[in-house]
Design a protein around this ligand. Structure first.
Ligand code: C2E
Ligand code: CA
Ligand code: CA
Ligand code: CA
Length: 278
């Protein structure tokens, strides 16, 4: 038994080491990809429930590696955070989004805005988002409210983060509370902090049809947000039944594969042009 125990420990160590080596390899590949400008930004439309028209886009980072294929941001963003690369990714997404959005505005779609995601580490005191974000917006001649910053609720717990967000909000930059209803959701985050959008997480949208209590909660959240002047975006809408229910509840905006996944900017421009002709 003792012998077996020891080999199990060895196996366990080996598994940890392999996972670590894979992470290191990915870190190096990510560094190289960033340096070579091989990361891309795709955009997922967010559609207005009432008009059925595209209101904004969410910028989502994309990485295609020759060896590993498409690597999900859900996997590499945490690695980027761990190894101090998240600022580079954030800056790249910010710059690319502002440039691409300016192009859409020049093409006549001035009402379109764009959301970018921000991770907790990007709001550490050393990183000056209060200056970096407005600087890029100004560089591309966009109005401040054309950009929305999406932060998760776990970030809302951090005081400094809210100071930064408040300063951005005063300029007119929009703030969205991402992945709401997951983790330690707190209504005080909605009431105390001045966010412009709240995003209902896909897991909640999915459970709506099967869990009556969750359905009630979604409806109440939409009612509460509406009364507070906050717009609700439902995420990951895939089924017509979900779309119908959310619409009945008065959900302002929807995003999901039922409309479109994230696409390259030129395809988004085509989507907008087609919408205008309907
Ligand atoms: P998120 O911010 O919650 O983004 C929504 C995710 O749901 C995206 O996954 C999107 O492609 C996916 N999605 C949208 N509609 C549907 C649907 O109808 N069905 C399904 N199954 N999925 C849908 P993605 O692009 O893989 O991104 C995963 C997460 O990675 C994001 O979650 C966000 O937390 C993070 N992320 C992505 N891009 C960035 C970035 O530029 N910066 C930072 N900090 N994080 C990012
Ligand atoms: Ca998001
Ligand atoms: Ca989300
Ligand atoms: Ca999410």
């Amino acid at each position: 038994a003792k012998k077996q125990g020891r080999s199990r420990v060895a196996l366990h160590d080996e598994a940890i080491q392999n996972a670590y080596l894979k992470k290191i390899k990915l870190r190096d590949k990510l560094k190289a990809a960033l340096r070579a400008g091989r990361l891309q930004v795709h955009y997922q439309p967010v559609v207005c429930t009432c008009t059925g028209k595209i209101s904004k886009f969410e910028a989502l980072i994309r990485w295609f590696d020759d060896e590993f294929g498409a690597i999900s941001p859900a996997y590499f963003i945490p690695i980027a955070e761990e190894f101090g690369l998240i600022h580079l990714i954030g800056q790249y997404v910010l710059e690319t989004s502002c440039r691409d959005l300016a192009m859409l505005h020049q093409a006549g779609f001035k009402h379109i805005s764009c959301s970018i995601n921000r991770s907790i580490n990007e709001f550490k005191t050393s990183n000056n988002q209060v200056e970096l974000i407005p600087a890029e917006i100004e560089r591309f001649g966009l109005p401040y409210d054309a950009i929305t910053i999406e932060v998760t609720e776990s970030m809302a717990a951090n005081k400094y983060t809210w100071q930064v967000l408040e300063a951005l909000s005063e300029l007119g930059v929009q703030i969205a509370l991402d992945d709401f209803c997951t983790g330690y959701s707190s209504l005080s985050n909605l009431i105390e902090n001045q966010v412009d959008f709240v995003k209902i997480d896909k897991s909640f949208v999915d459970s709506m049809g099967v869990d009556h209590n969750k359905q009630v909660m979604v409806k109440c959240l939409i009612d509460l947000s509406s009364q507070l002047g906050i717009k609700v975006i439902a995420e990951g809408v895939e089924q017509p039944e979900q779309q119908q229910m959310l619409s009945d509840f008065g959900c302002h905006l929807m995003q999901g594969y039922i409309y479109s996944p994230a696409r390259p900017i030129l395809e988004c421009l085509e989507m907008l042009k087609q919408h205008e002709h309907v």
